[in-house]
Design a protein around this ligand. Structure first.
Ligand code: PLP
Length: 399
């Protein structure tokens, strides 16, 4: 059966060049990067080359890159490494669990947290961040691009607010890295998280940019790896893969691959919007721009009268992998916190799916998706007890 993968915001396939770059570090070049002999020097050099490549992707200095086990660890290191009981943290309602649950834990240990809201398009207003400032605010942590909608936040403005108030600014750029250009100085952030598996490097490796002078406590204690910012023998093959994926991502921006992905995403979206009672969750203005309102690969749509989970399962049975933002907790499907924060009703949020393209996506894949989604939506609606009574015009309003 033909299978097409449109869930690249969950994870991406390794690019063959990334795999080839990693291969020697599993077998021939196996040394511990802390060893002083030949084997160690060889892997140390590979780790440092990868650090340069990751720094180039972010417009950062190599010395400011700390390798981690992924985005979750990078987020945790940034947050727990800076914040102490009595401090105040500003975050948003649409962050990934890696940030939200870290903030919840901080609250349990005597910190104060403010969650700024988003508008109907999923955008944070920097004025809300400014209003939330308190004398004890230690950290602002606001994501760069949302994992469910792809909406890109106005980070440079938030960075300026943080700098003016002398407050640390962290951004979770896990869904932005490799998809849109990133420059830590333009953003004005002190810390920035990325994760390899979201841009065609392997799972289990990521990095945290830590601007020089940031006083960060480590999460892990042990050897003095990563300049004592993250103890533990380096995952050399993974780090080499992250470096290679960073190089390939930069070359892809130069070729304009991100714009090609946006064109495919836009065609898919345009065709699906022709269906009855379908809307985009997020902004559709500037949708062909790589650094406009949304990451170029992401479409999140609500389909009136159906359950997103049912649509995901029905499409999977036909060979198309998409996802919902919904989480299954204690046996019940919870509507996505991101979509409900944007003002979608629980029914609309549960009727939404995320379609995320990748570097491997072709026009043919888009045709495949378009040959399946409309007929599957129609079939599910025939079976739906709520479809006939649904107010389709209201639902279109959020598009
Ligand atoms: N932050 C965002 C926005 C994400 O989308 C994800 C993964 O889905 C993470 C953090 C966690 O990254 P990792 O899977 O590398 O731990």
């Amino acid at each position: 059966m033909r299978r097409v993968y449109f869930d690249n915001n969950a994870t991406t396939p390794l690019l063959p060049e990334v795999f080839e770059a990693m291969r020697p570090y599993f077998v021939e070049h196996f040394g511990n990067a802390s060893s002083i002999h030949h084997h160690g020097q060889e892997t140390r050099a590979a780790v440092e080359r990868a650090r340069e490549s990751v720094a180039n992707l972010l417009g950062a200095r190599a010395a400011d890159i700390v390798f981690t086990s992924g985005g979750t660890e990078a987020d945790n290191l940034a947050i727990f490494g800076l914040v102490h009981p009595g401090d105040h943290v500003i975050t948003s309602t649409i962050e990934h669990e890696a940030v939200l649950k870290s903030c919840k834990r901080l609250q349990e240990t005597g910190c104060e947290i403010t969650c700024v809201p988003v508008n109907g398009q999923g955008l944070i207003d920097p004025a809300d961040v400014k209003r939330a400032l308190r004398p004890n605010t230690k950290l602002i942590t606001i994501m760069m691009a949302n994992n469910e909608t792809g909406m890109i936040q106005p980070l440079a403005e938030i960075g300026k607010i943080a700098a003016d108030s002398d407050i640390y600014f962290h951004t979770d750029a896990v869904q932005a890295a490799g998809k849109i250009p990133i420059d830590v100085d333009e953003i004005g952030c002190d810390l920035l998280s990325i994760s390899g598996h979201k841009f065609h490097a392997p799972q289990g490796v990521g990095a945290l940019f830590v601007r020089k002078g940031t006083k960060l406590q480590p999460l892990l204690y042990g050897g003095s790896h990563e300049r004592s910012r993250r103890a533990g023998t380096e995952n050399v093959a993974g780090i080499v893969g992250l470096g290679k994926a960073a190089e390939l991502a930069l070359a892809a921006f130069d070729r304009g691959d991100d714009k090609k992905i946006a064109v495919m995403r836009d065609r898919l979206e345009r065709e699906l919007l022709k269906l009855d009672a379908v809307g985009v969750n997020g902004a559709i203005a500037n949708r062909s721009q790589s650094s406009g309102f949304r990451t170029p690969n992401t479409a999140n749509l609500h389909f009136d009268g159906i359950e997103g989970e049912a649509l995901v399962i029905a499409l999977d049975l036909k060979g198309l992998a998409v996802s919902t933002g919904a989480a299954c907790s204690s046996g019940a499907i919870e509507p996505s916190h991101v979509l409900t924060a944007m003002g979608l009703s629980p029914e609309q949020a549960r009727g939404s799916i995320r379609i995320s393209l990748g570097k491997q996506t072709t026009e043919d894949d888009v045709d495949f998706a378009l040959s399946l989604i409309p007929e599957t939506v129609a079939r599910l609606r025939e079976l739906s007890p709520t479809w006939n009574t649904a107010p389709s015009s209201e639902l279109r309003a959020t598009s």
